[in-house]
Structure formats: structure tokens, C-alpha cells
Design a protein around this ligand. Structure first.
Ligand code: ZN
Length: 489
């Protein structure tokens, strides 16, 4: 057996174990009894220890030195295993296990603190998480920038300087557009209640309309919608709110964007480093283009309006055009996940700056809430009224995801590039969308991007698919055109 073949056999088992670890996480959010939290933290830490030992196994170093491959797939596998190995050996195994254990517990503490509006109850465990992640960042960075070292986990090749420039280029356009939109008359809000059974039935119909394969996936309810898994087992969650069915529908479409990216990867890559999405930014570009550019388009919402009338009867919105305006209304709000397309990235910028300060040691955990509230007031013009609307709203920091937030905006930027290319390739796409048919759009994304999995580097696969150097221009153009039309500006 060649070194390459031996290494790939070993890797396949590691990938399988990593899928199991992911499924434990899925279970924790959907099915696990509350009282099992402590034991689950031990289970996850134990498995994380096994995974870390495998990712740093000295045999990997030997195989990597000897492995040769003549084709592009082999080169990509070697490159990705090398990258994972080089990163993993920098992190002491006790630190990896401790991060897994503490973050699993911190998630529960955060959820309780948020429910109780009690920041003080969360800060001690957050301080522990921050300390451990800074330790990890220092180990990874080896003298280089700590935040960039963490960012690289989610978006290989990206740097905070690059992302800061992107945010800087986005901000003025978004702020101007928001001011113009908020000064214009607001569309009719949705009113009344929408029963859960109807929401879940239509949610499933939307999942199928966007190509989700339920034979290799399932939909459950969770507090926070997410997608989990790769290959032939990719699961999503959604949630319902009696007065806000759009939350359910668009969460589902969003997660289906993530899930179908995984489902559409070339089956030959399953349980190899190529068999999952290439980065969080590219992943988010798929969820966002499904949710926003397609799902919130005038054509598609026209179809959705009919579906909602069929499911719920007359719900007080007069016609498709009024419905389109209601779906896309721009309003002040505290919550990132509920933010409209115009303001969403402003919420991300706030987190990006604060988490950089936390990781670089420029902001103490004890000062985080005040820093958040000051920044929110400056950016949004009104004050945070309670912690669950402010610093406690997102799960990310409790589970140690530092460097993750900016990938949301990167995803929006990539989605802007892909959407421009998609519309150029299929000029009459709206005819399909008006019938609830996303087939040609999905086919284009699958062929140009999704099937490749992690074969290419993140920016490379976007550049190839979109036929352009990725940048924020197309996203800004799209938002300007859409919202100036919507609000008659
Ligand atoms: Zn997402």
C-alpha cells in the first residue's frame, strides 16, 4: 500500500468519527434530555480527545512526507490533511479537550443566563472560554496575529485586515441606504397568528422546493436553526413563532442552503477532506443566496404568497406586491438573526470589532457588556434595552466561536457575486421562481460551486463560479437596486 492510500484510510476513519461528534452536537440541541448536559460534556470532550490524537498522530507526519498523488483530488487531499495536521500539532491535547468540555457547559450557562437576563451569571464561564481560546490562538499564531489564527479555522486564507477593508467599503453604502429607507413610509406589517402545524407543513414544502433531500436528511425543531453533517446524513432544524411565520420559513430556506451544499458535493469525496463545504464564508454564501436573493425575490415571494393563502387562508395582505414589501420590510431591531438585508452586516461589524478586541486582550470580559451597549447606540441610534437584545443574544462566544462572525458578511458578499453571475447565465430565472421552481438556479450553483466541496480554496471557487474577483460591489449594487425600488426612493 502506498503512503497516500494508507493515509487516506486513516483519514476516512477520522472523518467518520468527526461526523459522530457532529451528531452528538445535533442531539444536544434537539433530543437530549436537559439533565444529561454534564455527561454530554464529558462524552464530547472524550471524543474530541480521540479526534485530536488522530489529527496529531505522528504517522500522519510520515505519510505526508512520503505521499505522492498525480491528480488534482489527491493534491487537494494532501494539502488539506497537511493543513489540519500542522494546525493540530500546535495545540496541546489537554487544551483541546478542555476547550471542548468548557464550551459544551458554557452553552447551557449562556442559554440560562439569556433566559434570566443575567449577564453576571454568564461572565465567569465566558472569561474561561476567552482565556482558553486566547491560549489556543497564541499556540496557533506562534507570534503572528492571534485573531487571524482563529479566523483561519473558519475561512482559510482570510485575514482580519482584508475583512476590515471589506467592512469599511460596505459600511457607508449600507448606512446611507438605511437612512433613506427608514425615512420612507413603512409597508404593512404582518398581523394575526399562524398555527404551528401549518408553518411546519409549508416549511417542509419550502425545503423540498429548494432541493433538500429528505431521504438523506431530516428537519427537527430547535431553539436556534442550524444545519449539521455531511454526505448522506445532513440534518437541519427550524423553529416556529405564532406571530412570525417568516422566521420559520426563511430559517428553513437558509439552513437548506447550507444542507444542500453538503448534499450536492460529489459523492466520491464522502468522508474525505474534500467531502464538506470549503469554508464558513462560502457556506454562508449558499444559505444567503437561497434565503435572500432567491427566497426574498419578488418572483419567489409571489409564489410564497399563494402558498400562504392556501395554508392559512386570507391573512390580511392584499396582493403579491404588498406581500413582497412586507417580507422585505426594513425596521429598527436589536437582533442580528432577525435583521433585514440592509442592516444585517452592520450587526456583524459590531461583533467583529468586539471579538478582535477580546482575543487581542484589548477588552476585558467584564467590560464587554458596556462596550457592546455603547457601540450599539453609536451604530443603530437607540439603546439596548435588555441583555438578551444585546450581548447575550448570540450563542457563538459561549461555544468558543471567535473569528466566525465576519464569515456571515463574507457569505453575503460572495452571494452578491454569485447572484450577479447567476442572473447573467439565466436571464429568465424569474419565470421559474414565480412558479416556486428553483431547479435551474440550484443546478447552476451545484455545477459551478457546490459539487466541488473543498477541492478549491474558498476565494478561488467563488472567483471561478462568479467569473470575477470577489468583492463587495455586486452586493451593494443588488441592495441599492432592490431597496430603492421597494421603497420608491
Ligand atoms: Zn448560515
Amino acid at each position: 500500500m502506498t503512503a497516500y492510500a494508507e493515509m487516506m484510510d486513516f483519514q476516512r476513519e477520522t472523518e467518520a468519527l468527526a461526523q459522530i461528534a457532529g451528531r452528538l452536537g445535533w442531539d444536544q440541541e434537539t433530543m437530549m434530555p436537559r439533565g444529561a448536559a454534564g455527561q454530554r460534556a464529558e462524552e464530547i470532550a472524550a471524543l474530541e480527545g480521540v479526534l485530536h490524537a488522530r489529527r496529531t498522530d505522528p504517522r500522519l507526519g510520515d505519510w505526508l512526507d512520503k505521499a505522492v498523488s498525480l491528480d488534482a483530488v489527491g493534491h487537494a487531499n494532501i494539502r488539506l490533511i497537511r493543513r489540519s495536521y500542522d494546525r493540530a500539532v500546535k495545540i496541546p491535547s489537554h487544551l483541546a479537550a478542555e476547550i471542548a468540555r468548557v464550551t459544551s457547559l458554557a452553552q447551557g450557562t449562556w442559554a440560562q443566563a439569556r433566559a434570566d437576563e443575567d449577564v453576571a451569571a454568564f461572565l465567569p464561564v465566558l472569561a474561561q472560554v476567552v482565556k482558553l481560546k486566547r491560549e489556543e490562538a497564541r499556540a496557533l499564531a506562534q507570534g503572528a496575529d492571534a485573531y487571524d489564527a482563529l479566523l483561519d479555522d473558519y475561512e482559510p486564507g482570510a485575514t482580519s485586515a482584508q475583512l476590515a477593508a471589506m467592512f469599511g467599503a460596505l459600511r457607508p453604502g449600507l448606512v446611507d441606504l438605511r437612512a433613506a429607507v427608514l425615512a420612507a413610509p413603512a409597508p404593512a406589517p404582518l398581523s394575526g397568528t399562524f398555527d404551528e402545524a401549518g408553518q411546519l407543513a409549508l416549511s417542509q414544502k419550502l425545503a423540498l422546493a429548494f432541493g433538500y433531500d429528505l431521504n438523506k436528511g431530516r428537519i427537527d425543531k430547535a431553539v436556534h436553526p442550524f444545519s449539521s453533517g455531511s454526505g448522506s446524513d445532513v440534518r437541519i432544524t427550524t423553529r416556529t413563532n405564532p406571530v412570525d411565520p417568516f422566521n420559520c420559513f426563511y430559517s428553513t430556506i437558509h439552513e437548506v442552503g447550507h444542507a444542500t451544499y453538503e448534499q450536492n458535493i460529489d459523492a466520491a469525496y464522502a468522508l474525505t477532506p474534500l467531502g464538506s463545504g470549503v469554508s464558513m464564508g462560502v457556506h454562508e454564501s449558499q444559505s444567503r443566496i437561497y434565503e435572500n436573493q432567491l427566497g426574498r425575490s419578488r418572483a419567489f415571494t409571489g409564489w410564497l404568497y399563494g402558498q400562504m393563502r392556501d395554508t392559512f387562508g386570507d391573512f390580511g395582505i392584499a396582493d403579491e406586491e404588498a406581500f413582497y414589501r412586507t417580507v422585505n420590510h426594513v425596521a429598527n431591531g436589536y437582533i442580528r438573526t432577525e435583521a433585514d438585508e440592509v442592516q444585517y452586516n452592520l450587526h456583524v461589524m459590531l461583533r467583529f470589532d468586539l471579538e478582535q478586541a477580546l482575543m487581542r486582550g484589548d477588552l476585558a470580559v467584564g467590560d464587554l457588556e458596556a462596550a457592546w451597549n455603547d457601540r450599539f447606540l453609536a451604530d443603530f441610534g437607540f439603546a439596548v434595552d435588555r441583555p438578551s437584545h444585546g450581548v447575550l443574544q448570540d450563542v457563538h462566544w459561549s461555544v468558543g466561536l471567535f473569528g466566525y462572525f465576519p464569515t456571515y458578511t463574507l457569505g453575503n458578499v460572495y452571494a452578491g457575486c454569485l447572484h450577479q453571475a447567476l442572473r447573467a447565465a439565466i436571464p429568465d430565472l424569474d419565470d421559474d421562481l414565480a412558479r416556486g421552481d428553483t431547479g435551474r438556479a440550484r443546478g447552476w450553483l451545484r455545477a459551478h460551486l457546490q459539487q466541488h466541496g473543498s477541492l478549491y480554496e474558498p476565494r478561488q471557487v467563488i472567483a471561478q463560479a462568479a467569473g470575477m474577483v470577489p468583492g463587495e460591489g455586486p452586493l451593494l449594487d443588488y441592495l441599492e437596486a432592490k431597496f430603492r425600488d421597494l421603497y420608491s426612493l
